[in-house]
Design a protein around this ligand. Sequence first.
Ligand SMILES: NC(=O)c1ccc[n+]([C@@H]2O[C@H](COP(=O)([O-])OP(=O)(O)OC[C@H]3O[C@@H](n4cnc5c(N)ncnc54)[C@H](O)[C@@H]3O)[C@@H](O)[C@H]2O)c1
Length: 266
Amino acid sequence: MNNLLAGKRGIIFGALNESSIAWKVAERCHEQGAKIILTNAPIAMRMGEINKLAEKCQTEVIAADATSMEDLEKLFVTAQEKLGGKIDFVLHSIGMSVNVRKGVHYTELNYDYLNKTMDVSAISLHKTLATAYKLDAIAEGGSVVTLSYIAAQRAYSFYSDMADAKAMLESIVRSFGYHYGVKNRVRVNSVSQSPTPTTAGSGISGFDKFFQFADKMSPLGNAPADDCAQFCVALFSDLTKMVTMQNLYHDGGYSNTGITEQLLNL
Ligand SMILES: NC(=O)c1ccc[n+]([C@@H]2O[C@H](COP(=O)([O-])OP(=O)(O)OC[C@H]3O[C@@H](n4cnc5c(N)ncnc54)[C@H](O)[C@@H]3O)[C@@H](O)[C@H]2O)c1
């Protein structure tokens, strides 16, 4: 490994189990020399798997509900104490929709659930950034990455209110990215990832069929979680210091493809 993140301190949100994108990002960041703190919602921690990751990455876990300003403040204060300085990078890898989980059709959304979707899946990024901004917790030139999906730009029949959440998430990337860039050269970007077999991904109805469709629709095939993690490492590193306020597709070429021979030959 080339120690791209040597000397850097990071906070990684969203590692639930080995298939989580955040899990892979944590492993790659550790390999690249970063010191990290892991965090997830208290309810996710009860499953206990994240402790295995903490052991592997020689670190610890701080519970925080990413919709709670109080939890986020404690997280940033404690993480800086434990890591010994300001934070250089943050991965926000969080998504959840009760409408999707309960199979509520998009035309009949439950609006209490919709508020929850927006709070957990989009506004939590604003809350994370606002907390760090207020505490001046991110070092100059730091990097924040969140995970998005192309349903923010195009209609995907099955993605329900998560599409609205991703559109808002990408807007927060631009809007907060502006303010944080001016204040402290902190970069904020979203990575729009291929369908990936994780707990959140597989919760979408018809995921398996869609996964195969997207694979055939991408010249390079679907981008695996491990490669997504490498891309996140690049965005956390000093090699991408001038990249900010972007939604970056990490999808094997899917987003720029109209039709492929693999699909026509089906
Ligand atoms: N899997 C895919 O196909 C895919 C594709 C593109 C983008 N994404 C995005 O990647 C991100 C990570 O999802 P994943 O696929 O790794 O699934 P995952 O289920 O492993 O991760 C989702 C995480 O969100 C956490 N979370 C939920 N509510 C929370 C809260 N209130 N506070 C803190 N954490 C909370 C969960 O505990 C979990 O760790 C999500 O934003 C998802 O939308 C996933």
